[in-house]
Design a protein around this ligand. Structure first.
Ligand code: SF4
Ligand code: SF4
Length: 344
């Protein structure tokens, strides 16, 4: 068990030697720029210099790699050989992990999820430039990882401050001691300054959505609020908000009839009219506005009650991907105003 924080500074050249070594040992995935956005891709000796470390979260949520959107769950486990090393994971994706671990672990652990989780190393990194849709601070987070990583990288000057977060992380650095140096005060101060500035930036851009009520109490007495009808009115039931969300984890199972004994598991979306429909055709939420409202209650109330954590990390993907231009921050802000008439 880790007792104290272990941190080092690594220069650009030294970091690249470590990384080049890791490319032989692991399947390394990291964000690269593609069409103006950051997409997680396989890293090779040809593209490792283009990795985006210090911008905001990539398009794909972390769950994509632990819980594929469609997979066969009737056969054996996929043979991957080498472990996966996910580089540049952001705080908003890391905070979603305990929810996935809880849903697919514990007494009834899902062997497919577990085998991938055990074979995945996480090297996270601080956000340097949040997107306009990022709102981690509004939901109790911050734009840099505090826990849940094996190693964390904070870009300071030309190199990185590396923080060890687990035994797996410690093992990742074994053999590279000569490339790491102890942290000096200037590096520490530069890190604090950089984190303060990014935090302020996220806070500032979310000032218009400030919530007076605590998030967990936000939905008290809001079941009949007119906010649901107004915001759901532009929803086209595309399910993008569910699929892009790092904490959404509902799935369906499908017995493939043309191939005997094959069962598939795929991501499901609670905004779909077919979600939770029974064999006889009944549904608990026949109207779109009911499904829309349920998503907020699930994230802000039910998950908190059952898992001890709300189901939103403020990654902003649901805002960015919404075809109906629905902004969750705006809906939450309006709910907080309608709950407290004094709130401006
Ligand atoms: S609800 Fe939206 S902002 Fe919150 S974690 Fe899910 S996708 Fe991100
Ligand atoms: S992304 Fe927007 S339009 Fe699509 S289902 Fe979600 S709320 Fe509706």
């Amino acid at each position: 068990m880790m007792t104290s924080v272990e941190r080092y500074y690594v220069g650009k050249e030294q970091w690249e030697s470590i990384l080049k070594d890791w490319l032989f040992k692991y399947h390394v995935l990291a964000p690269l720029k593609k069409a103006g956005n950051n997409h997680i891709q396989f890293i090779t000796p040809d593209n490792y210099q283009k990795i985006i470390y210090d911008e905001a979260r990539p398009v794909q949520p972390l769950k994509t790699f632990l819980l594929p959107s469609l997979e066969e769950v009737s056969g054996g486990f996929p043979e991957t050989g080498k472990s996966f090393l996910l580089l540049g994971v952001k705080a908003c994706d890391l905070s979603a992990l305990p929810i996935l671990d809880r849903a697919f672990g514990g007494d009834y652990a899902d062997p497919f999820y577990q085998s991938r989780r055990e074979k995945t190393l996480i090297v996270s990194s601080d956000c340097g430039q949040p997107w306009a849709t990022c709102f981690c601070t509004l939901v109790g987070g911050q734009p840099y990882p505090l826990k849940g990583f094996d190693l964390n990288l904070s870009k300071v000057w030309d190199g990185f401050i590396i923080e060890v977060g687990s035994l797996k992380g410690r093992n990742l650095l074994d053999g590279y001691d000569k490339l790491l140096k102890d942290l000096v005060k200037e590096e520490e101060l530069a890190l604090q300054k950089m984190r303060r500035e990014v935090l302020r930036k996220v806070d500032r851009q979310n000032h218009p959505y400030y919530l007076k009520r605590s998030l967990t109490g936000l939905l008290e007495g809001q079941w009949e609020s007119e906010v649901w009808d107004r915001h759901a009115s532009t929803c086209v039931e595309c399910g993008a908000c569910n699929f892009a969300c790092p904490t959404c984890h509902c799935y369906y199972l499908d017995d493939v009839t043309r191939k005997e004994g094959v069962k598939l598991r795929g991501w499901d979306a609670c905004l779909y009219s077919g979600y939770a429909v029974t064999a006889g055709g009944g549904t608990p939420r026949p109207r779109l506005v009911q499904r829309f409202r349920n998503r907020y209650y699930c994230k802000l109330q039910y998950l908190e009650k059952n898992y001890g954590q709300i189901g939103c990390t403020g990654c902003g993907r649901c805002i960015e991907g919404c075809q109906g231009r629905i902004d969750m921050r705006k809906a939450m802000h309006e709910l907080s105003k309608s709950a407290d008439p004094e709130h401006e």
